[in-house]
Design a protein around this ligand. Structure first.
Ligand code: VGL
Ligand code: ZN
Length: 206
């Protein structure tokens, strides 16, 4: 696959809390780090995202008395999975994995900072309406194709890739540079949704 000036690599949430030892560790999540470092060298433009929650964020099970992590609740904007506390602003868990080495990254976009609403996608929060501002940035920069990588395949990577497509970008996910949380078949559901939904899933690019 030939890469163009109008391509951007979107590196999603490669943070300590999503890697082994973290609060919401994705199995083998750290394995994406060297793959993404190498990929970033091939792209002319790279954007990073950080899941960035205030303490007592409404997506944390601990903010809902009697609720367990990985259970579901109903928020004013619809169903929401409740998570262990993770990626709290300013904590070690919210920092990028220490081996992530992309000094050329041009933007760090933080999401999930509103106390009452979660944001899986790098484009829209979980009400599917509140923009993060990333679309405006990418449009103004003239990008046409978005390559999504990072953590987790079936949550933040999935929603970001689907929103990129809906917003009119060509949307590609590089599977070897992602790992899944895989709650109740969510990894297979993601592959199915990509096939139906116009998102290109490739094993790697090289
Ligand atoms: C994520 C669950 C909660 C992710 C973030 O980055 O995929 N998943 N917050
Ligand atoms: Zn989160």
């Amino acid at each position: 696959m030939k890469l163009l000036e109008t391509d951007v690599l979107l590196v999603i949430d490669v943070q300590n809390d999503f890697t082994p030892g973290g609060r919401l560790a994705v199995t083998a999540g750290h394995e994406v780090v060297p793959v993404i470092n190498a990929l970033a060298e091939k792209f002319q433009h790279v954007v990073l995202t950080q899941d960035w929650h205030p303490e007592r964020h409404s997506s944390f099970a601990s903010s809902h008395p009697g609720k367990q992590p990985f259970s579901q609740t109903e928020m004013h904007y619809g169903p929401q999975t409740l998570w262990p506390e993770h990626c709290v602003q300013g904590t070690h868990g919210a920092e990028f994995h220490e081996d992530l080495d992309i000094p050329r990254a041009e933007l760090i976009l933080r999401k999930g900072h509103r106390p009452g609403i979660d944001s899986y996608s790098a484009f829209f929060e979980n009400d599917r309406k509140t923009p993060t501002g990333l679309n405006g940035y990418l449009r103004e920069r003239g990008f046409q194709r978005v390559f999504c990588v990072g953590l987790a395949f079936d949550y933040c990577v999935r929603y970001s890739a689907e929103d990129a497509f809906k917003l009119g970008y060509d949307s590609v996910v590089i599977e070897s540079a992602t790992r899944a949380i895989d709650l109740e078949g969510s990894a297979e559901a993601t592959r199915h949704s990509f096939r139906r939904g116009g998102i290109t899933l490739v094993p790697h690019i090289g």
